[in-house]
Design a protein around this ligand. Structure first.
Ligand code: PLP
Ligand code: COI
Length: 342
């Protein structure tokens, strides 16, 4: 066993902690350079860099885990690579190849193995690949030079309280427009959500439920996770929309629900007006894993799920245990889901 850093793994939250090495590659004259690892966590660029003026930036998020056997693995990083390619194309950025993305993941995790939280600690190593337009641009157009970076930071639960159900509100601000960028992981989507999340926190809510911007009748997602609902008869339902991020966690959970737990699953439009009929609700994503939602407040009207405010409902709990079991090597994974790093 290698020496781990002296960190109180079980008590860290979802925050940034600088680690030893990160990966950097540059795009210039039409090609991506071979990447290198660097100890320099800071970036220097021109005042007129496209990312600074016109927010030409995108990112991904995935995690590395220590399994029960002591291996260090990542979960479906190929899907993050593919999504970053889709995002880059939508933002007129040069996609980085899947091979280079996966190599960056491997190099960074290996180089920071001392920061991968031990098995059973409840923490994981969060990986943050990102890319931005780095040369100066003053007329509105894409950059022609870019930087891709990937750093990592150990993290605990995204929501304070871990598995405790959270309270969210139906939000009056929109996150994504029809035919906009809601389906890709553009930094600008998160910029859009900053005012809404500060306002939600000020009002005592943990997160925002965004509705479809066109009709404001359909459930979309939160600022950083997709929704899962459970019906009275045990079916798992998730909203289908062209303006939400195609969560890798959600896609994996729908598979797990069907193939591992034998549940019925449905990806379809979900109306806000039917949410009160569900028995359980959860938020799913890399950072959120599955965070149970106990209550949704719609302009003073409370929707309280029968699972309550103390613990996860039974179906969400089963999904959580199965997914984390697969990620930590306690349960056999579907072929190709687990990438062993070292
Ligand atoms: N939705 C949004 C807006 C997100 O930022 C994320 C996080 O990546 C997700 C959903 C969950 O996606 P994933 O499961 O791929 O992490
Ligand atoms: C992730 O889950 O990886 C995300 O990018 C969500 C972000 C809000 C932390």
């Amino acid at each position: 066993m290698m020496d781990k850093k002296n960190i109180d793994w079980s008590n860290i939250g979802f925050g940034y902690m600088q680690t030893d090495k990160r990966y950097v590659a540059n795009y210039k004259d039409g090609t991506w350079s071979e990447g290198v690892l660097t100890e320099d966590a800071n970036i220097t660029m021109n005042e007129c860099a496209c990312v600074l003026q016109y927010a030409q930036t995108c990112f991904e998020g995935l995690k590395a885990y220590t399994t029960e056997k002591g291996d260090i693995v990542t979960f479906r990083p190929d899907l993050n690579a593919e999504r970053m390619i889709d995002t880059a194309k939508r933002l007129e950025m040069p996609p980085i190849s899947k091979e280079q993305f996966l190599d960056a993941v491997k190099q960074v995790v290996e180089a920071n193995a001392a920061y991968v939280p031990p098995y059973g600690s409840g923490a994981t190593l969060y990986l943050r690949p990102y890319m931005f337009g780095s040369n100066s641009v003053i007329g509105v157009k894409p950059a022609d030079e870019y930087q891709f970076r990937l750093f990592c930071t150990p993290v605990g639960p995204y929501f304070k309280g871990g598995a405790k159900p959270i309270t969210i509100r139906v939000c009056d601000f929109d996150r994504a427009a029809p035919h906009g960028t809601g389906h890709v992981k553009a930094g600008l989507n998160y910029a859009m959500s900053l005012h809404a999340i500060v306002d939600a926190h000020n009002q005592g809510y943990d997160e925002n439920m965004y509705l479809d911007a066109a009709t404001r009748t359909k459930v979309e997602e939160t600022g950083g996770a997709n929704f899962l609902f459970v019906t009275k008869d045990g079916k798992v339902v998730t909203p289908k929309s062209d303006t939400i991020l195609p969560s890798i966690t959600r896609r994996s959970l729908m598979y797990v629900a069907k193939e591992y737990l034998g549940l019925e699953v449905e990806e379809r439009e979900v109306l806000l007006s039917e949410v009160s009929e569900f028995t359980e609700c959860g938020l799913c994503g890399t950072a959120a894993v599955i965070s149970p939602v106990g209550k949704i407040v719609d302009h003073g009207k409370e929707i309280c799920f029968p699972s309550g405010m103390d613990e996860m409902g039974p179906v969400i709990k089963k999904l959580y245990d199965t997914l984390t079991g697969i990620q930590m090597g306690r349960i056999e994974a579907p072929e190709g889901w687990i990438y062993k790093i070292c």
